[in-house]
Structures are given as structure tokens and as C-alpha cells.
Design a binder for this molecule. Sequence first.
Ligand code: 5GP
Ligand code: MN
Length: 340
Amino acid sequence: MNKETTKIVKRLLASPQKIVVVGHKNPDGDAVGSCLGLSFFLNRLGHRADVIMPNDFPDFLKWLPGVDDIIIHEKEQDRSIKTITEASVIFTLDFNSLDRIGDMQQFLEDSDANFVMIDHHQQPADYAIATYSDVSMSSTSEMVYHFMEALDELTALCMEVSTQLYTGIMTDTGSFRFSSTTATTHRVVAHLIEMGADSAKIHQNVYDTNSPDRMKLLGVALNNLHILKEYNTAYITLTQNELDTNNFKKGDTEGFVNYALSVQGVEFAVIFIENKQENIVKISFRSKNNFSVNDFARNHYNGGGHINAAGGKSSQSLNKTITEFISILPRYKDELTHAS
Ligand code: 5GP
Ligand code: MN
């Protein structure tokens, strides 16, 4: 975090504040881990910080310290709105634009609070008085660590904050294997372990708590894997019916797209998931090397994210979405076959 941003933040936090920490819709491990870590840290500094999420998050995160106090806007609107209205400072974490928080957007836009953004997505919007944005960062959770460091408050690291931040870094880096994982990331993680994060336990809590239904759904997804060899592309589809038959729960499809990316030679992997309730097809994109799925998602699917991991949506039927997707690929053939 640069000196100017640090100065603004220090001024904002010079006296005890009522603070709200907000993560993005469909919160993932990094959103939940970074928001909880920052809120615990701010509370330890003597502020009053509450975490609000636009909607619920997966069960594999529900063991984290502090999850029971998270306000889910979709479930507790009145409490959420009251907390937002009373806040003097609002931190927005792990998203780059207020249209990533669904129905909460209007309440944040109506607020008079000072906004601070901490985020690692491309093209950050300009609504905050202090913007700590760094697209080279592995995760927002790693940024919260650097945020604490910039404020000279790393001594506030406790077992809880270490566990929350470790979980966010671990999930966003695919357990420290994506290219965004740097030597600094490893140094941060080493410090978090020293301060009480139990690496093996956290891995078990997140990755070894699958339900039999989720494993069956994974089987269906793998059966629906299609390889488009001439484009080094693989995609998976899941229909609403397939989700229903396997008692789909939030978070069950998390990580499925990585199986498509794990096929030898595949540079570009996609999963299309039908959502009849929202009348959309939700799409996750992943890539290796230089192929920018952020650009692809922005250009064709009203989405965005990072170079190697992005998301978007289509309002066409699942079949039409796939036909259209395949028709777009020839434009990217050079990029996809010459990636290195
Ligand atoms: P996932 O595919 O795991 O849902 O998301 C991958 C990355 O893309 C995450 O960093 C997520 O925040 C971002 N992302 C997912 N869906 C969308 C979307 O609809 N719009 C934008 N701008 N980003 C998205
Ligand atoms: Mn993230």
C-alpha cells in the first residue's frame, strides 16, 4: 500500500469508528477470509467493525472464526441497512465495482461514509477515498496482511486473523499453485502459520468436507466435459435439472472448472451452469499462461476478474450460450494455440 493511501487510512482510523466491511456477491474463501480478518483486526484496534455479505456463502467456510456474526444482507435486510446507515467508514473487499454486490449497491451508494477499497481485480472503480488496488496480488487476504503491515500493526496478528487470512490466500491461489503466488505470498503465509494458522487443519476443513451429493455432481460434470482440441479449450456444462437431481447446494460447483483446465494441452477452460431462478447461465473462465479470460469475460459475457480466472453470465438458454461460445472461438485461435 503506498504512502499516500496509508496516510489517508491512518487519518480515517485515528479515532474509534463504526465500520462496515463488505465482500462481493456469492462470497468465496478470499472474500470471507479477508473481510473477517480485517474486521477482527479493526476491532482489536478499538473500532466497531461488522461484516456484511450480499448473500450466503458455502458451508466449507462456515467453520471460520467469526462467521456466525456475519450479516447476510439477503436474509437480514433491516439489520444490514441499519448497520450500513450508521457506519462512518465502509471497507469494500475483493471486488472492483459496486455492481458486484447485487441489491446492496443502492444502500452503499446512499451512504455518507468514507469508502476504502482493498482489491486485486483489474480496472477498479473510483468510489473510494482510499483505494488499495493491486492486480499482481495473490488475493485480497494477502493485501489485508500488507495493509496491517503498512499501518505498523502486524503485532495485532492473532490466531483468528491468521486463520482467516490463510484461508483466503489458500483458496484464491489454489493452495499456492497459481502464478499469482509469489515469494512474498509464501513469506506472508509462513508468518500466518507462526501466528497460529494450522495449515493441515485449514486444508481439511475446506477441502475434505465434501458431501456425497457434491461428489456425484462432480461425476456428472466430468461426464459433461467437452474438449475442443483445435482451440486448446475444454468446457463443462451443468443443467438446472442435473443440479436439482444431485441436491445442489451453494459452493458445490466451486473448483469444478479446474478439472477442465487440468487436461493436458488445455489452455482455456470454461464451466456453464444453468440458473433457472435467475434466468441466466453463470459462467466461470480459467486459463493458463497469457490468455486473458478477464478480457474474454468482459468482451462477451458482461463479466471480468483476473487474467487467469474470471466470470460472467449469459441470458440466453444453455444450448444457445454454448453454440455462441463455440462460434466466438475461431477469433481467438491464434492466441489460444500460441500461448506459452
Ligand atoms: P468464479 O469463476 O470463481 O466465480 O470467479 C473468478 C473470478 O472472476 C473472481 O475473482 C470473481 O470475483 C470474478 N467474477 C466472477 N463472476 C464475475 C462477474 O459476473 N463479473 C465480474 N466483473 N467478475 C466476476
Ligand atoms: Mn480474491
